[in-house]
Write a new protein. Structure first.
Ligand code: ZN
Length: 515
């Protein structure tokens, strides 16, 4: 049944459709947007499904291409639609074949066609297995290996991990002369391979390969224009007689190698070698000997092996020079291209690199005990994150309690928080609940409102919320008291618990020892 070309094609179309739908469902599911792990799992699943769909599309293409002509044969056997008898005969023949193929399988349970999707889903490993502990589910990079290589290599220097993280993308700071060794190329290769593999694991739906290809094209353009940082001269440094003469050390001033060694310190020898374009490796002894060996020689007489890589000796002989230049440039370009690729990969992972730096800094400030506590907390942390990102169901718009969750409805009713009180003196500010309303009379907002009305606040004004009422009461009171202010009755006093009394009551209570 499934052997006919048309059926194969139909089946492939169906599978692709199902794969697309499942991928869509995975990406739009709630868990995919809630947490980092949910997002990662969904992305990995979608990537697996898309891969399977692409695989089926390839096979479908082959069916349509119809290399062995079976599709065309099948179509021909169905007739062209003109001859009804021929078409019917083909139809009944197919029915007969179908019946025969299902003979004796009546008890089989029909497959809903989605089983293979579940298989793909189950075949994907848990995302936590794909990442090392340091990588923390793709949140951070683990560059310890590159760091170890870098701090032990001649092109690098000893530095701690956080320093390395700060400078790992800065290839221009590495001296050019140290870049032409195979160790450096291997270092770049390993770094790039790690970054690409991390990118693929952490962001399976983004095509890091394409981004790198784009960068490679951009690199070609930059290289031609000489815009690559640190490679502006395209890796070719020509040395001629004039340069040798104007080098930092005047060797003719010394009569012996000992004299030279005494006059020039280690750095002096180094800089002299560099300005002449000579190799700078080896022990201080070897460097001295190398420098001495070129004393008084013409450029053409110096052994070519003594020159550093990337240095082209200008002998004003066009043919040999052209060759050397091309060779030097090709080598420099290869290194520069690798650097550019690594830099691009690091740029794509900028967020993760930042997270790594922060993480390392944070860890360096913690003690061992705190680190252990943190590791134990890590699992809780991911749960806490889930809660935080989860939307809280709050249809009644209940106020939030101290734990950030809405308070229970019965508590809400009990406190009368559904009752709104507005106060004109407070500029029509609303207070929710009787308690908040009562308390507000002694709070700053109401007191400020009263001061603006130039009415001294006394207990008599409690519960007065309209400006007109307050004014009338004030006029009334001032008439009655003749405007005098009775300290014992009108002054407000507060006890340590924040209760407000007039001075007389306060002193009475205090005398009785009730405060
Ligand atoms: Zn008020």
């Amino acid at each position: 049944m499934a052997s006919t070309a048309l059926e194969l094609a139909r089946r492939a179309h169906e599978d692709i459709e199902r794969l697309e739908r499942r991928a869509c469902r995975a990406l739009t599911s709630e868990s995919a947007s809630a947490t980092h792990k949910g997002r990662l799992t969904a992305n990995r699943l979608a990537s697996g499904l898309v891969e399977a769909a692409a695989d089926r599309a390839k096979r479908l293409r082959a069916v349509y291409d119809d290399a062995d002509g079976s599709m065309a044969e099948e179509k021909a056997s169905m007739g062209d639609g003109e001859d009804a008898r021929m078409a019917l005969r083909a139809f009944y023949e197919t029915v007969k074949r179908t019946r025969a193929s299902y003979e004796g399988r009546e008890s089989d349970v029909a497959n809903d066609g989605e089983a293979f999707l579940d298989e793909i889903e189950q075949s994907l490993e848990d995302p936590s297995a794909a990442f090392s502990g340091e990588e923390n589910l793709g949140r951070c990079l683990d560059l310890h290996e590159s760091h170890a290589t870098f701090s032990n290599a001649t092109f690098g220097e000893r530095c701690d991990y956080s320093q390395y993280l700060a400078r790992c993308g800065d290839f221009a700071s590495i001296a050019r002369t140290k870049k032409f060794c195979s160790a450096y190329t291997e270092y770049l290769d390993a770094l790039l391979a790690y970054l690409v593999s991390f990118h693929e694991r952490a962001m399976p739906l983004q095509f890091v390969g394409e981004a790198l290809e784009r960068d490679a094209e951009a690199f070609e353009a930059r290289w031609t224009k000489g815009e690559c940082v640190g490679w502006e001269d395209r890796g070719v440094r020509a040395v001629d007689e004039k340069m040798m003469k104007s080098s930092s050390a005047d060797l003719s001033a010394f009569s012996s190698i000992e004299e030279m060694r005494a006059a020039l310190d280690v750095d002096g020898v180094k800089s002299a070698l560099e300005s002449m374009g000579l190799k700078m490796g080896g022990t201080p002894e070897q460097r001295c000997e190398r420098l001495w060996s070129v004393k008084g020689k013409k450029l053409s007489e110096i052994d070519k092996k003594l020159f550093a890589k990337g240095v082209v000796v200008d002998l004003k002989k066009k043919s040999s020079k052209g060759d050397d230049v091309a060779k030097a440039e090709a080598r420099a370009k290869m290194v520069a291209r690798k650097e550019s690729q690594c830099a691009e990969a690091l740029r794509l992972l900028g967020k993760q690199l930042d997270a790594t730096r922060t993480n390392v800094e944070k860890k360096s400030t913690l003690s061992l005990a705190e680190l252990q506590a943190e590791a134990e907390e890590d699992d809780d942390f991911s749960d806490a994150e889930t809660d935080e990102e989860e939307e809280i169901y709050n249809p009644l718009k209940l106020p939030l309690g101290w734990d950030g969750k809405p308070i229970p409805y019965w508590l809400y009713k009990l406190h009368g928080l559904n009752m709104e009180y507005t106060c004109e003196i407070c500029g029509n500010y609303s207070y929710w609940g009787r308690r908040a309303f009562e308390r507000h009379f002694t709070e700053w907002r109401h007191q400020h409102g009263m001061r603006c009305l130039k009415i001294p606040y006394t207990r008599a004004f409690n519960e007065v919320v309209s400006i007109a009422d307050a004014r009338a009461l004030h006029a009334n009171l001032s008439q009655r008291d003749d405007g005098s202010f009775d300290v014992a009755l009108d002054a407000e006093v507060e006890d340590t618990h924040g209760n407000v009394y007039n001075k007389k009551t306060y002193e009475d209570l205090k005398r009785q020892g009730l405060l």
